[in-house]
Design a protein around this ligand. Structure first.
Ligand code: SF4
Length: 67
C-alpha cells in the first residue's frame, strides 16, 4: 500500500511518531540489513524515508510490526 507524501503526511508522521521503516520493524535483521520474512526492503528503509520529497509515494509494508 502506498500514500502520497506531502506536508500533511509529514506532519502526521512527526506528530504521531509514526513508525513504518524496516529499521523500526521487528522483522528487520540489523546484522544482515535484510527482512527476516524475505520481503524486499528497498522501499521502506530509513534512508528512503529521509529522502522523501513532496509528491513521492510512501510505501507501507503490510508485514510491518513495531519493535
Ligand atoms: S516486514 Fe516489511 S517493514 Fe518489516 S523488515 Fe520486512 S520489509 Fe521491512
Amino acid at each position: 500500500m502506498y500514500v502520497v507524501y506531502d506536508a500533511i503526511l509529514d506532519e502526521q508522521i512527526r506528530s504521531h511518531r509514526l513508525a513504518f521503516t524496516c529499521e523500526q520493524c521487528a522483522h528487520f535483521c540489523e546484522d544482515r540489513r535484510a527482512c527476516a520474512v524475505m520481503f524486499p526492503t528497498d522501499a521502506h528503509t530509513d534512508e528512503v524515508a529521509r529522502q522523501l520529497q513532496d509528491g513521492d509515494r510512501v510505501f507501507f509494508c503490510k508485514m510491518f510490526e513495531a519493535r
